[in-house]
Design a protein around this ligand. Structure first.
Ligand SMILES: *Cc1c(COP(=O)(O)O)cnc(C)c1O
Length: 376
């Protein structure tokens, strides 16, 4: 149908291959492949320094980090969370035998709406697990206020929020714990990887035990821990990626700004204003396809695909629509009107460091062209 090269929603950033060889040579020479090796320790130190946090524990992926974060704080019963996220957020609750309670999102941030949290609290509620969706900070103060009043823990799924800073520093310092993902599709990747940001040495020690089967020393096992450790291969990749992190964020910023100009004023196409942060990470570029646009979101998606452009409907369907969740009372659509509407209109456009200006122009031009035609 189309000879132009395909444009996917994201393309992982990879440093030049030859720069990775020296890291591999070190691993081959030392034969230390995992279990808190030198690259693992160095990446933890580098991340603390760069992110402006005190303690971090690296993981094999973000999902294991979420599962372990809940165990570290001994969360049980019910946890209030958002339906507007990647499914791993709620899956981590089910893996711990915890019941998710879905609360709707704010229309202008797509994050958990603090005004609706109190009504969802029951005697079984032990924690709130919000997501900094698209790297936009949640209403942290309001959420903490409720958590303090009801003695609840707060675990942020910060998978999208790598590098984001507010006036006081990294947004990863908020809540009791924050969880990161370094999956291939994320702003910072180690192929697969994740981390828990923790407030003190004691919590980090407990988490380090939990991600290593519960081992404290050679003979002592204190909990039914999991194997969640990051390998030396992935940690080495992280150290190499680190050298490019500022460049990657600058490229993302440039692309985000260009979309804002190119898509300006298209009837029925809305996008979120820049978040109020010191440093953003431009992780995603979601647009909402409203009723004034001549095509529905799914029609626009299909049209773009026919032109070899592959955006993604993050997040559709809502987590609450999947079979293992939809029977929950909080999963009903009338409990989640904002999330349901946003999920039906959202389309995340391609955004990655190597996306070319001409490709962005092609995408934006197409989206505008359907308005001129008025219909298909
Ligand atoms: C990517 C992602 C995860 C899962 O991370 P993995 O590293 O792929 O296990 C969890 N939550 C959100 C919001 C994500 O985007």
């Amino acid at each position: 149908m189309n000879s132009e090269k395909p444009i996917y929603v994201t393309q992982p950033f990879l440093p030049p291959l030859e720069e990775f060889i020296p890291y591999l040579e070190k691993i081959w020479k030392s034969k230390v492949l995992t279990n808190n090796g030198p690259f693992h320790r160095e990446l933890e130190q580098t991340q603390c320094r760069y992110l402006g946090i005190d303690y971090i524990s690296l993981f094999a992926n973000g999902t294991l980090a979420l599962v372990t974060a809940l165990q570290a704080l001994r969360i049980t019963g019910e946890v209030i969370t958002t339906p507007y996220s990647f499914v791993a957020t709620s899956h981590a609750l089910l893996w711990n035998g915890i019941k998710p309670v879905f609360v709707d999102i704010e229309p202008d941030s797509f994050n958990l709406d603090p005004a609706l949290i109190e009504a969802a609290i029951t005697p079984q509620t032990t924690a709130i697990m919000p997501v900094h969706c698209y790297g936009r900070p949640c209403n942290i103060e309001a959420i903490q206020h409720i958590a303090d009043n009801y003695n609840l823990k707060v675990i942020y799924d910060a998978s999208h929020a790598f590098g984001v800073r507010d006036d006081g520093g990294s947004i990863l310092r908020h809540g009791d714990l924050s969880v990161l993902s370094f999956h291939a599709t994320k702003v910072f990747n180690t192929f697969e990887g994740g981390a828990i940001v923790c407030p003190d040495a004691k919590t980090k020690t407990r988490i380090d035990h939990l991600k290593n089967f519960g081992y404290v020393d050679e003979l002592t096992v204190v909990a039914p821990g999991i194997n969640g450790k990051m390998s030396e291969f992935n940690a080495a990749l992280g150290l190499l990626q680190w050298k490019y992190v500022d460049q990657v964020l600058a490229e993302r910023h440039r692309i985000d700004s260009a979309y804002r100009v190119k898509l300006e004023g298209i009837p029925g196409i809305r996008f979120l204003p820049l978040p109020e942060v010191q440093i953003g990470n431009y992780a995603y570029f979601p647009i909402l396809v409203g009723p004034e646009y001549p095509l529905s979101r799914d029609e626009l998606n299909d049209q773009l695909r026919q032109h070899n452009i592959y955006p993604r409907r993050y997040f559709y369907p809502l987590i609450s629509e999947f079979p293992m969740y939809r029977g929950l009372p909080s999963a009903r659509r009338d409990n989640l009107p904002v999330a349901s509407e946003v999920a039906s209109q959202v389309l995340c456009l391609p955004l990655y460091p190597e996306l070319e200006e001409s490709e962005q122009e092609r995408i934006s031009h197409l989206i505008r062209s359907f308005v001129k035609k008025g219909s298909l």
